[in-house]
Design a protein around this ligand. Structure first.
Ligand code: AMP
Length: 451
């Protein structure tokens, strides 16, 4: 079932309009997830794709959808619905659609909470082809009667694992039940755990399973280090790290909104006293209004911010390819959050580096992360330096008092990481859809509009 991976977009059965749009955005080579999803999606198969953010997954569903849209005058109801977990991701996915729709008039609307309801109602009232939204707001529109799903032939569940984490499962199921049964469904997720498989079993029809989790995991191309540190020295070591690295563009992740605001103030004060460095520091967190957040995202993209202090919820929506450094000032509680944070750098194969500040009692978190990414994190010398300065005889590298509570302790010696490789997770087979499948309407659609 597998065929050679296309090296160039011109090898994919895409319309001239799409080829021109791709050339305009400067993409020539499809990313692995795109190379594998696009041909099947164009044929109308349901897709169950495992891919993380930063792999080009958005275009893997946006391209086939755009290729098969009918003009509004022929098909006045929405044709494709993309559900995403956060408004930042909705904004990002909407932007990607707009970019790829260049050259062919296409109505794409973003319906996410926190954005102006009136504006969304107006856009939906004028008629749209693609709706990108968060489940809560989509339900809101369905109930108001402003969004009718009778014409939907494609539904995408993007970052499905994250949507389930947030508790969107009931909303997702309500929405899916309202969509026509012969639709095409594409489910993309960083993990294919029980919950995802269960959702896929219920709502996908003999999907093609595409696993881009190993080869394309963006975090695998990123240098990842940890700094073992006690709480009271974090700030000092952070400044030391920033002085050493002088990052072109960095995101520092904190756990709480209060912590984020506090660190932002401390950094501002630090750089005010060093005007020669001209470092611009900003923050983004859940207490900021949507326009304020949008402004920060824009400034980051335009390279007007050098250091951004962020919380997870908003940080995960950041898609700026110039981010060079990620600093986990506070460790995330979940491995998934770690992967998402670190995935903010090294976008589309660019190089990036991530540092994680690991407290004395957080060794278990490090172990979990290492098992999840199937790789050991390297210890940064800054931890040693700090340990020595503290003159604690017990704080030598590899000792249990430094970072305790895990198997990881035993596997670390002064010689650095061992060869320990956690067991890889088992994968679903690729390409399980039978060739004889009676395809949904997408199969018969062709790309008439664009040719
Ligand atoms: P995503 O994983 O969809 O968030 O995409 C990550 C970034 O890669 C986004 O900035 C995309 O615009 C960009 N991108 C996606 N596909 C390609 C491609 N084939 N070539 C170059 N950049 C791409």
């Amino acid at each position: 079932m597998t065929s050679p991976m296309p090296e160039h977009f011109s090898e994919l059965p895409l319309s001239p309009v799409m080829q021109r749009a791709l050339a305009q955005v400067g993409w020539s080579k499809p990313s692995p997830i795109q190379a594998r999803v696009i041909p099947h999606a164009l044929e109308g198969y349901d897709i169950l794709g495992q891919a993380r953010t930063g792999t080009g997954k958005t275009a893997s569903f946006a391209i086939p959808i755009l290729e098969q849209l009918d003009p509004l005058r022929i098909h006045p109801l929405p044709q494709a619905l993309v559900l995403v977990p956060t408004r930042e991701l909705a904004h990002q996915v909407h932007g990607e659609f707009v970019k790829l729709a260049e050259g062919c008039p296409t109505e794409i609307v973003e319906v996410a909470g926190g954005k102006h309801m009136q504006k969304q109602l107006k856009a939906l009232g004028h008629g749209v082809q693609v709706v990108v939204g968060t489940p809560g707001r989509v339900i809101d529109h369905i109930e108001r009667g402003s969004l009718r799903l009778g014409g939907i032939w494609c539904v995408v569940l993007d970052e499905a694992d994250r949507m389930l984490d947030i508790g969107f499962r009931p909303s997702i199921e309500r929405i899916l039940r309202r969509c026509p049964e012969n639709r095409q469904t594409m489910l993309l997720s960083a993990t294919l755990d029980e919950r995802i498989r269960d959702l896929a079993n219920r709502y996908l029809f003999e999907p093609v399973v595409i696993d881009c989790s190993d080869k394309d995991v963006s975090v695998e191309t990123i240098e990842q280090r940890f700094i073992s540190i006690s709480k009271d020295r974090k700030q000092e070591v952070l400044f030391e790290l920033l002085e050493r690295e002088q990052p072109p563009q960095a995101i520092i992740f904190c756990r709480t909104k209060i912590g984020t605001a506090k660190l932002h103030r401390q950094l501002e004060r630090y750089y005010v006293n060093r005007p020669e460095r001209k470092v611009r520091v900003e923050t983004i967190h859940g207490d900021m209004s949507q326009p304020q957040r949008d402004e920060v995202f824009k400034a980051l993209r335009e390279n007007k911010i050098d250091i951004l202090v962020a919380t997870d919820v908003v940080g995960r929506g950041i898609d700026v390819s110039s981010i060079s450094h990620i600093i986990n000032y506070d460790m995330p509680d979940e491995c998934d959050d770690y992967v998402h944070r670190v995935g903010r750098t090294g976008r589309m194969g660019r190089s990036g580096i991530a540092f994680s500040f690991v407290g004395k009692d957080q060794g278990y978190l490090l172990t979990e992360i290492e098992q999840r990414i199937n790789r050991m994190l390297e210890k940064d010398p800054l931890s040693e330096a700090v340990g020595k300065r503290r003159a604690s005889p017990a704080a030598s590298e590899g000792s249990a008092s430094e970072v305790s509570g895990s198997r990881w302790i035993d596997s670390r010696t002064a010689d650095g990481p061992t060869d320990r490789q956690p067991e890889p997770q088992s994968d679903l087979p690729f390409g399980t859809a039978p060739a004889s499948r009676t395809l949904g309407r997408a199969k018969s659609r062709g790309s008439v509009r664009r040719r």
